[in-house]
Design a binder for this molecule. Structure first.
Ligand code: AMP
Ligand code: GLY
Length: 419
């Protein structure tokens, strides 16, 4: 098969590597890819948001399967465009991707179908939102922009003043554009967070092994929210009993709800959960593999990913067995100084071999380019240094040992992933 992966970060790198393991894969393209991905796939200079360009390329090169990994092209309807042109694609159509691209949609869905989540109200006027927060008088108050916001559209306001500033940023200054036309104001929940990615073909849902993200930039969960600074799998808080409970109260009800709404979800559905004192609740859905969750979950997959993706496309997931390794996996993200705010690009990365790898770990490239025989930084999150181990402690030790061999100007990473 000829396979095209859409996107160019660490998640796409692990997808490319995993798909390449399949004996069924003859050729693998990635658009646009990055420096590290270019060692594993043919990178094609088409932007991940170029729907027509992607369809034209897939047709011309007789691609058998397109894996659309990032949220933006999914929300924009890339899978619809590919399928309408007769090209098999992995990922939800736009009407199903709305489960991530509109928080108002996903909250209303959960309310309608009784799926546990934080209590909330929706507002399209700043004064009404603030009046509600003031009259409720409970802090912290959680304010979320309705639409996609690069993972930065959530404000946890400690008092009314912070709530005012948050509402202004989202609804008046419109820093996330039209994503801030409406906001969700919701109850603050507490408890450990768990990420569960699941394959679903619209009817059957098969959760993958669990993982835990570390969203804050600095050690001790300090600093700003980022796309994710490191992950571990499995998530130690997620017991088999909780997994069973989530299957019954969250995973199956969500997939059934989407089908009933006439928006069957096919692809990878990401459940961002919080294990609250009142049981597991949904914090958010994503319509795609998490990044860097995919980097610790997919290395543990023992079944051919091409077979699974085909089973999803053909709505035969029920009959497809999926096996996982018992090993643990850890990913430590090395980022550019200043991320997630402002940072420089173009620094040379030392310590990597000619394939962009280092001994003792697998390096998934997120923001790199390969130029004149050298890898250079080209983004906020630069590398995801990942290792398997018989236990989490071992996986973490391996990953950190490999991190210590890699250098670039301004590099920083968290020292407490998995702690
Ligand atoms: P989201 O983008 O919805 O995943 O939110 C980003 C982060 O904000 C989550 O990973 C949580 O740590 C936090 N968060 C979101 N909603 C809530 C909530 N209702 N209560 C407490 N923390 C929350
Ligand atoms: N790591 C969180 C996400 O992919 O949304």
């Amino acid at each position: 098969m000829k396979i095209l992966v859409v996107g160019g970060g660490g998640r796409e790198h692990v997808l490319v590597r995993k798909l390449k393991e399949s004996p069924r894969t003859e050729k693998i393209y990635c658009a646009p890819g990055n420096g590290g991905i270019s060692k594993d796939a043919e990178c094609v200079p088409i932007s991940a948001m170029d729907l027509l360009g992607m369809v034209a390329f897939a047709k011309k090169h007789r691609v058998d399967l397109v894996v659309v990994a990032p949220d933006d092209p999914l929300a924009a309807g890339m899978v619809d465009a590919l399928e309408n042109a007769g090209i098999p694609a992995f990922g939800p159509r736009a009407n199903a991707a709305e489960i991530e691209s509109s928080k108002v949609f996903s909250k209303n869905l959960m309310k309608k179908y009784g799926i546990p989540t934080a209590e909330y109200e929706v507002f399209d006027r700043p004064d009404a939102a603030l009046e509600y927060i003031r009259s409720r008088g409970r802090y912290p108050a959680v304010i979320k922009a309705d639409g996609l916001a690069l993972g930065k559209g959530v404000i946890i306001a400690a008092d009314f003043k912070q709530a005012q500033a948050g509402i202004k940023t989202i609804m008046e200054d419109k820093v996330f554009g039209a994503s801030g036309n409406r906001v969700v104001v919701e109850e603050f929940l507490t408890g450990p967070e768990v990420s569960v990615l699941a394959f679903t073909d619209g009817t059957c849902v098969k959760p993958m092994v669990s993982s835990k993200d570390h969203k804050r930039a600095l050690d001790g969960d300090k600093g700003l929210n980022t796309g994710g600074m490191g992950t571990i799998s499995p998530n130690p808080y997620y017991t088999p009993e909780l997994a069973q409970q989530c299957m019954k109260t969250i995973f199956q009800p969500t997939v059934r709800a989407m089908a009933q709404e006439g928006r069957p979800f096919k692809g990878c559905l990401y459940f961002g959960l919080m294990l609250t004192p009142d049981g597991p609740k949904v914090i958010e859905y994503n319509s795609r593999f998490g990044d860097p969750e995919a980097q610790v979950v997919l290395p543990r997959l023992q079944t051919d990913l091409v077979d699974i993706m085909e089973a999803v496309a053909q709505e035969k997931l029920e009959q497809q067995p999926i096996e996982w390794s018992k090993q643990a996996c850890a990913c430590v993200v090395m980022a550019s100084g200043g991320y997630p705010v402002a940072y420089q690009k173009g620094y040379e990365i030392s310590g990597l071999n000619e394939n962009g790898q280092v001994e003792g770990a697998t390096v998934y490239h997120a923001g790199t380019v390969f130029q004149d025989g050298r890898f250079r930084t080209n983004g906020g999150r630069v590398l995801g240094v990942t290792s398997l181990g018989d236990h989490l402690t071992q996986a973490l030790a391996n990953a950190y040992q490999s991190v210590s061999k890699i250098h670039f100007e301004g590099a920083f990473y968290r020292h407490d992933i998995g702690k």
